[in-house]
Structures are given as C-alpha cells and as structure tokens.
Design a binder for this molecule. Sequence first.
Ligand SMILES: Cc1ncc(COP(=O)(O)O)c(C=O)c1O
Ligand SMILES: N[C@@H](CCCC[NH3+])C(=O)O
Length: 466
Amino acid sequence: MSHTHVAGSIHADVASAAPAWLRLPDDVNTLLPELWSKNVAKDGNGELTIGGLTVSQIADEVGTAAYVLDEDDLRQRARDYASAFDGWGVYYAGKSLLCKAVARWVTEEGLGLDVCTGGELAVALAAGVDPARIGLHGNNKSVEEITRALEVGVGRIIVDSDDEITRLIELSEQLDKHPRLMVRVTTGVEAHTHEYISTAHEDQKFGFSIAGGQAAAALRRIHDHPRLQLVGIHSHIGSQIFDADGFEVATRRTLRLHAAFAEETGVELPELDLGGGFGIAYTSQDTPSTPQQLAEALNKIIAAECATLGVAVPHLSIEPGRSISGPSAFALYTVGTVKQVLLDGGASRLYVAVDGGMSDNIRTALYAAEYSATLASRRSDAGPALSRVVGKHCEGGDILVRDEFLPSDIRPGDLIAVPGAGAYSRSMASNYNHVPRPPMVSVRDGRISTLIRRESIDDLLALDVG
Ligand SMILES: Cc1ncc(COP(=O)(O)O)c(C=O)c1O
Ligand SMILES: N[C@@H](CCCC[NH3+])C(=O)O
C-alpha cells in the first residue's frame, strides 16, 4: 500500500479496497436501525437525533468526544432479559459499563449486578445496590477485595483458584462469615470469537478445569468446609458470541459435573450460572439473537440434559453485559482532519481523524473489532468514499472504524457517530498521550444528564505529584 497523499477526486471504483462484507450503501445518509439504540433517528436535515435532541445540541452542551447513552434503550434491554429469562437470575455484567446511574437503572429493572474488582464493587455500593444482589468475580481477588465483599455480604463470590479458597477460609473465619460461593469452571469450549475474549479453552487464566479434575476437587473442598456455602457451578465461555453451539457444549459439560457431584455427595447444588457473552451487531455482518431466542435455546438444552442426567433443573442465572449496554450508546466525535490516501491498484481511502481514538475505544486496536460510523451533523449529497476513522494518538494502530463508507465530502467540523459504544469503551478507556477521558452523558425525553463528567487536564495533573 502506498501512503502518498493525493489531491483530487475519489477513484471511480470506490469499493475495490473494501472488505467483502462491507456493503456499498445506496445512500450514505441511511442508518442501519439494528446498529442503533431505539430512540436514535435522522431528522429532516439528515442530522442524527436521540430522544428528540440533535447531536449538534448535544455537542454544544457537552462537547466532543462524548459517549451518548439512551437511557430508555438500556432499561428496555435490561427488562427484555428479565422477562425472557423469567425465573432465572440475570446479573448485568458491570465490566461492560458501570457508573452509579447504570447500576441503579439495571437493578430498578429487576437485574442483579456482576462486579469483578473492588472498584466495581465500590460503584455498585455507592449506587445503593443491595449487596445480596451482587456477585463478585475475579481471578486474583485481593485480601482487601474479599474482606470488603464478606463485610458487606455480597450474594455470591465466584471462586477462581485454590489460593482464593484458602484466602476465603482464613478471612471467613476471621470475620465470622459463611459466604455463598460458586466455582468458575473451564469447560474446554473454543468459543468462536477473538482469542483474547474467549475464556473457556484450557490454556488461559480463568477457572478450574473440568477435564483436568480441578473443578471437581474445588467443589469438594468448598463443600467439605463448614465455613463455606457451595451454591453451584459457574461457566462463562467468552464474549461477542453468536453461535449457540459453544453455550450448548459448555452447558452439557457443566451439568455433567453438577450431576457427578450429586452422585458423589448426594447433594444437588441449588444454582448454575452460564455467564454472559451474547453478541451484538457492530456492523451489518453481525446477526445477534434476541433474549427470547437465547432463553428458549438455553431452557431447552438444560431441560433435556437434566432429564437425561436424572437431576432437577437448578436455579439458573446468566450475566449479560455487552448485549445490555453495548447498543445503547454511540460515541460522538468531531472531525479534525481528512486525508485522501492512494492505495495500490488506484483505489483510495479517506483517513478521517477525530478528537478521540484508541484511548476512548481500544477494541479496534486490541481485538481487530469492526465498527460502523455515520456522518451525524448533516445530510450529504456526495457519493460514498471508503473511509477509515482514526484518532489523535501517536500510534499507527489508533483506528476507531477500520472500514466504512462515509460521504466523500466529509470535512473538518462535521460530527461523526459510532454506534455500539456502550460496552467496553468507557470501561476500557485510558489516558494514553494524556488525553482526558470523554464524558458519558445520557439522554431521555429530550433531556441530557451527565453520568460521568469529562476528565480535565487538571484531573490528570492532580495525579502527578512528583
Ligand atoms: C464472568 C463473566 N461474566 C459476564 C461477562 C459479560 O460478558 P458480555 O459482556 O460479553 O455479556 C464476562 C465478560 O466476558 C465475564 O468474564
Ligand atoms: N473487553 C472485551 C470482552 C471481555 C469481557 C470480560 N470477560 C471486549 O471488549 O469485547
């Protein structure tokens, strides 16, 4: 590829350098509704709106870059899970996006909360979430984190190692507690997702292996200890998964362990958690299932497997994160510079640089994740140009949207919106290059609320005490 900057018009064959899955749009102004939250639309001027506000109004009030969250949409997704998984426990995975307001909303909609560090636990408690509805994860929980969880009485701790069991025994004795524990198992499933977000194959850090016998030994160790209450097995196979096969295999292997434990001890464990990981649509190539479809599929597998094994169906739970928070927010950026770069074969690509980047969304750089984008502040009559939305960081891999067709007249000052920014964007944001992290604002019925304020240079300087 040549990186020569050329002036002049876009090459006639605009799609030649595009990946095969990317559709050349008939109209670059059109939104694909499945990528956006329910209250997002384009108005008569072609401007993106959310809950009755235009993105220009939002940018005027809170600036860019910003994450813009549709409260009504997030609540609706939480409710959809609660009703589709009727009779199950649904724990929202706070790692995908956590702040006090979101913790309040999901619990108001009937969900529990999954946290995986002392920091996430502190946010949940600050939001007033009942500790009994909180589950604590983590493959390396510190003494302080376990102590806090025991003191406040979290509803369940998901145990990940033998060292942690030892720590739990010591701390429960010191604090005179009887914690409710689940054992995180590794089912050996190769989930069809990026290697870094797949968590149930053997060669990774999470859980106790079923195949290796460590899971059965951990169950037995907890069961045999008078201080510890063993409530069940926990399996989580990975994230951004579309294929039900992985869940099916993991569920079978987990239930076989559950039945073998019952056979050995005479105790049928009361609970079973199948984790999260349900995929969402970031681009037109993604085809997520609805909570209803997921619930039907999982209920069917579990009923059949429990009948075969001769055990009662335990109380079931799941931990969806991305599929609740992800589609509910878009990231809003202002275009700063546009470059047309000539590629091999005469095609070209527009490099559209915005006032954010890998510090507010690392997923593209980290997992080669695909995203979509739209020109948000106006309609354009120009044709589509193969574009790459990049950030302002000192890094060639600072890419937000690798491939998208944007109008060829895109220019500095335009606003761009990137859907699917609710999950693992703010929660994985950094201060690389001392870029302050953007605010998370929510919109509901024409009103903007700031949930997490914009970081300032003063915030960053305040940490620099040397
Ligand atoms: C144990 C556990 N539960 C739930 C989740 C949430 O996953 P997702 O956001 O993909 O639904 C994760 C993250 O992958 C996880 O590690
Ligand atoms: N952070 C990941 C998912 C891993 C979730 C935690 N187990 C992502 O952005 O897709």
